[in-house]
Design a protein around this ligand. Structure first.
Ligand SMILES: C[S@@+](CC[C@H](N)C(=O)[O-])C[C@H]1O[C@@H](n2cnc3c(N)ncnc32)[C@H](O)[C@@H]1O
Length: 260
């Protein structure tokens, strides 16, 4: 395996020195997008994973990446961008594809948090955001994880606030917003105020428990997107929110879209 590090071009020298110090000198560099590159380094006979772990602990967006052949083809398939409604795409920072010929990208390094954009429960809400979010709207992302939903809304011009019970998720969301050059606020606990859009991919039990708090935060002309539920759980979640709404399905997952 090689070590792959997605960097801002301005950080190339520092990343190269970090790789060198870990015994993995940079072997090649490829442009990812204007101002961003992927450095590929071979750690010699040593495994790539400890180098990746050391780099990630130091804040670099590093992963182990196959050298070539079928493993590399599989890796590229696994890291291919998730295109949402032709309006945006979600990808890893180290994804190797031509961003200029894809819809505007949101690049997500999930770290230990949930949310690459590929999971059906995330996709269901990404689709709703891509269809409905408008510039200037306020979006509350309850259970933001990696920040993927907030970032998607912000990429479409909305103002997003992410909140999560896991402090690592708030760190991941802030770091991903910074990498993407997007403004996303993170908040420890549900913020006050009303939002045109409230999305929550947190599972049926958490949705039922938070139903009054979520309802309270959606503006009258807004909408709520609830996900992380099975089709069998939809009616229980809908009842907690006062009934009604439209059900969406993706594979074995369901989402509920309700008016504010
Ligand atoms: C399935 S992940 C969703 C991540 C991302 N929003 C997505 O759609 O891919 C659920 C997230 O909700 C968080 N969470 C669970 N219960 C919560 C609660 N009561 N309030 C806020 N966040 C919660 C978890 O820590 C986790 O990060």
């Amino acid at each position: 395996m090689l070590v792959a590090v997605a960097v801002r071009d301005a950080d190339t020298g520092a990343a190269a020195r970090a790789l060198e110090a870990l015994g993995a000198p940079v072997g090649s560099r490829q442009a990812l997008s204007p101002g961003r590159s992927l450095l590929l380094a071979a750690p010699g006979p040593a495994p790539a994973e400890p180098v990746v772990a050391a780099l990630r602990a130091a804040g670099w967006r590093a992963v182990a990446r196959p050298v070539g052949g079928g493993h590399l083809a599989a890796w590229r398939a696994h890291t291919a961008p998730v295109v949402i409604e032709g309006r945006l795409c979600v990808c890893f920072p180290w994804a190797e594809f031509d961003r200029a010929s894809a819809p505007p990208a949101v690049e997500v390094d999930p770290g230990p948090s949930f949310g690459t954009g590929a999971h059906p429960s995330t996709r269901l809400l990404l689709v709703e955001i891509a269809r409905r979010a408008r510039p200037g709207q306020r979006v509350l992302d309850v259970g933001c994880g990696s920040g993927v939903l907030s970032l998607a809304a912000a990429r479409l011009g909305a103002g997003a606030v992410g909140t999560d019970i896991d402090p690592a998720a708030l760190v991941a969301t802030a770091a991903n917003a910074e990498w993407n050059g997007l403004e996303v606020d993170v908040c420890d606990g549900l913020p006050p105020g009303r939002f045109e859009i409230v999305v929550a991919n947190i599972g049926a039990d958490q949705l039922v428990a938070l139903a009054p708090a979520i309802r309270e935060r959606v503006a009258a002309a807004g909408w709520i997107g609830l996900s992380g539920i099975s089709p069998a759980q939809v009616s229980r979640v809908a009842a907690a929110f006062g009934g009604g709404g439209e059900v969406r399905r993706d594979e074995e997952w369901a989402a509920l879209v309700l008016p504010g």
